[in-house]
Ligand binder design. Sequence first.
Ligand code: APR
Length: 261
Amino acid sequence: MSEAFEIEPDLVAALRSCRHLAVLTGAGISAESGIPTFREALTGVWSEYDPEELATPEGFARNPDRVWGWYRSRRTRIAEAEPNPGHRALAELERRVPSMTLVTQNIDGLHLRAGHRDVIELHGNIGRVRCSVEGTVVERFEDGDRAPGCPTCGAPLRPDVIWFGELLPRAALERAWAAALSADLFLSIGTSNIVEPAASLPWAAAQSGARVVVINTTSEGQRRGPGIRHLVGPAGEVLPALVRAAWPRGSTPEAPGWRQA
Ligand code: APR
């Protein structure tokens, strides 16, 4: 596929010299791993399924087995998926820049599987299960079509993800805000930037003086403004190209002097 995006020299310079890079990812970064996004017109998860029934505490209370079964099939699909070049390029960036904070809205754990060390998972992780009443994470349970009971209190177990109408984990959110406010460069990747509070992070970063780069297959519906640049293309192509432009092959993190002073 031809590259519709252009990585300009000033962006390369900004990446090479940045002190603190903050990154927000959404479903788009995992699209090339075969995991559907949520809001794309024909292929998005929410064009086929009702979020009220499957991604709210009320929907779970009405029918825990239906919600459990749906997440179970998503968990299986995610377990079969592999990180793509976009995830791997971000993991490489973590090794290259002096400080990087990666905040993701994704629950698929693919950043960690790509070798990223520190990931703030704002919406939880589909691989974990917790008690719907006590909140305790449960390691052992009998998986099946029906929501298993908590070994301590018997309440139905649920995926350890954040549903619509629920509060985000406080410590994770505080770290994400602090990163946005202190970043000199902020990448917003593969998100429709609709769901708060994550949606506000790039704009808060821009207001604090960060250069913001939005990477998405479309710039439609994405915010524009001073200090905000759009690279239109698949994250799995744009991110490796960005890393290659900043650190052409051969200048590896292991090589002496790889990091520009
Ligand atoms: N590369 C980059 N961007 C892409 C790619 C790709 N290969 N494929 C799709 N996109 C873009 C789409 O254009 C869209 O803007 O990714 C975005 C995905 O948006 P959403 O489906 O709305 O996903 P996201 O922003 O992560 O949703 C936020 O909503 O349903 C909840 O909790 C769920 O975490 C999710 C949250």
